[in-house]
Ligand binder design. Structure first.
Ligand SMILES: [Zn+2]
Length: 285
């Protein structure tokens, strides 16, 4: 199977009321784990790479890993650029074969964000590549800001309506209380805001910083219109924890496969759990 677009996966999720997991990869083992988990759950899946992952592994390696994974997979796989902030990089990813890109203009003014997103769409649309945009500022758990300051960065529903109407993007990442990284306390999501945004935009909504959000809260968000859930931190934690376990158990081990293999195995398990929470399990017959 060739790579599929995120838009196609989310259209189906919208119709059936579930969310598709978008899992970040940095290397071969994680890429394999994402596809193996999706196959085991009979679920569509989005493999995504951040700019950091592309810098680390190289654009060609990331694209090739996803292509090989998708070509062998028995379930649909999309390859998505996570938080592309440079127009040149977005274009490069599209040219190298990504089936979907996120253009993150959340640091720009609304007007500039719309203008840049339209530029990306002009290139992506004709060749069937889907586009995600971000409105509001999701930020990191490490950001030293108060609750009030974070709320001031939440997505404004009216701006979201305007943004979607002006651009026609495929899906929108919003800020409703989640953050990237490991949470110190339990995050509180602004469900009312999500409900409003969904009613005004009527498109698939994306939840970032979802690792560490309690399952019930994620499921409530899905009930209210989230169709793509991003998971990165949970994968990092699991992968590194399993490597550490393997090394502690056998401190003299010199075969990387004996350390990375168990990490891949544990990563499959955490991704399977997430897929079940998102309700996309068993959707591919
Ligand atoms: Zn994100």
């Amino acid at each position: 199977m060739a790579l599929v677009s995120v838009a196609a996966l989310l259209r189906e999720a919208e119709r059936e009321g579930y969310a598709v997991g978008a899992f970040n990869t940095n290397n071969m083992e994680i890429a394999q784990a994402i596809v193996e988990a999706a196959e085991a759950e009979r679920s569509p899946v989005i493999m995504q790479a951040s700019q950091g992952a592309i810098t680390y592994a190289g654009l060609e390696y990331i694209t090739s890993l996803a292509m090989v994974a998708a070509s062998k997979a028995k379930v649909p796989v999309a390859l998505h650029l996570d938080h592309g902030t440079s127009f040149a990089q977005v274009v490069q990813c599209i040219r190298s074969g990504f089936s979907s890109v996120m253009y993150d203009g959340s640091k720009l003014s609304l007007k500039e964000n719309i203008a840049m997103t339209l530029k990306v769409l002009e290139i992506a649309r004709p060749i069937g590549v889907s586009v995600e945009a971000e409105l509001g500022k999701i930020g990191g758990t490490e950001d030293d800001i108060t609750v009030d300051e974070r709320e001031a960065l939440f997505t404004d529903p009216d701006e979201a309506e305007l943004f979607v109407r002006e651009t026609g993007i495929d899906c929108l990442a919003i800020a409703i209380g989640t953050a990237h990284g490991q949470y110190k306390g339990e995050p509180k999501l602004d469900f009312e805001r999500l409900k409003k945004i969904k009613a005004l935009t009527k498109i698939p909504i994306v939840l970032h910083g979802s690792s560490g959000v309690p399952d019930e809260a994620v499921q409530e968000a899905i009930r209210l219109g989230i169709r793509k859930v991003n998971i990165d931190t949970n994968i990092r934690e699991t992968f590194v924890w399993a490597m550490r376990q393997a090394m502690e158990k056998n401190p003299n081990e010199i075969d990387p496969r004996k350390i990375l293999g168990p990490a891949r195995k544990e990563t499959i398990e955490i991704i399977r759990q997430k897929i079940r929470v998102f309700g996309s399990s068993g959707r591919i017959k």
